[in-house]
Design a protein around this ligand. Structure first.
Ligand SMILES: *[C@@H]1O[C@H](CO)[C@@H](O)[C@H](O)[C@H]1NC(C)=O
Length: 276
């Protein structure tokens, strides 16, 4: 995929032309100061007796799967020799969340692309979307984050079913760009980010495409039923060529002994994360 100068310029113009959207649920909570959306590195689960948490995934030959409390998707854990990951992108559809119980409590799920954060734990440069449901009401946010800072929202009036292209790009270990493009309209929003501290620079060691059960403050939001998120056109760029998801690490979300999000790989550039 290409982000042309014309489409970026169009996006900047479009930013000003958009009618002010009704603030999403998370945004309203944020305005009240009770909400700070934040991704976390994956919290891996050691399924004891099961080869240190690395299981052979049923029916998928020799690809191994790791389980984590919060990330499902695919991580490239190592760049090619003497190169680093400098950009990660994919296309996906904003999922329509449904509640998994009758509590009326807020539930959510997030889909994003990022650089670092798995084996390289100091930083994550990432951008993506959140889908929320509370008391039957859904809302959606597009955001960017340089972990360990919290996420900031893009000014974008998202709906379920919107097809977006998400991309992060590092221009140096301490500078990056996040872009969310509306695939239907070709319009995009973009921002530049800086490492929040000199301890949180990028290593370009991991590239990932993730559905996350993220945090607000120190607690994890209960995971909504997000149905299925299909990442297509998955691409990780290095100076030494572009890579897809083949031969990369698969992660499923497991909570309380139950797999809640499972990954099915369709090709080198496409896979789905399915709520169970
Ligand atoms: C994306 O573009 C489509 C078609 O123009 C529009 O209906 C939709 O509202 C747009 N979504 C966002 C988030 O801009």
């Amino acid at each position: 995929m290409k982000f042309t100068t014309a489409s970026l310029a169009g996006a900047m113009l479009a930013g000003g032309a958009l009618a002010a959207p009704r603030p999403g649920l998370a945004e309203r909570l944020e305005q009240r100061g009770v909400f700070q959306r934040q991704s976390q590195p994956p919290s891996k689960i050691d399924n004891s007796g099961e080869e240190n948490g690395v299981l052979l995934k049923e029916g998928s030959g020799d690809s191994n799967v790791q389980y984590s409390n919060n990330w499902a998707g695919i991580v490239r854990d190592k760049p090619p020799a003497s190169a680093t990951y400098s950009a990660v992108s994919a296309t996906f559809t904003v999922p329509n969340p449904t509640a998994t119980d009758n509590s009326g409590d807020m539930q959510a799920a997030s889909a994003w692309v990022g650089i670092d954060g798995d084996t390289y734990t100091k930083a994550i440069l990432q951008t993506g979307i959140d889908s929320y449901i509370q008391n039957g009401e859904t809302s959606f946010d597009a955001w960017y984050e340089w972990y360990p800072s919290s996420a900031e929202n893009f000014d974008l009036d998202l709906s379920a079913g919107d097809v977006i292209v998400a991309m992060v790009k590092s221009t140096s270990p301490s500078e990056g760009i996040a872009i969310i493009e509306n695939k239907s309209s070709g319009k995009s929003v973009t921002t530049t980010l800086s490492a929040p501290s000199s301890d949180a620079t990028l290593g370009g060691q991991n590239a990932e495409w993730i559905v996350e059960d993220f945090n607000t403050g120190s607690s994890q939001v209960p995971l909504a039923n997000f149905g299925m998120v299909t990442f297509s056109g998955a691409q990780a760029k290095t100076d030494d060529g572009d890579y897809g998801v083949n031969n990369a690490q698969i992660l499923d979300i497991q909570q309380n002994g139950k797999v809640l999000a499972d990954v099915i790989v369709e090709s080198d550039t496409e896979f789905s994360v399915i709520y169970q």
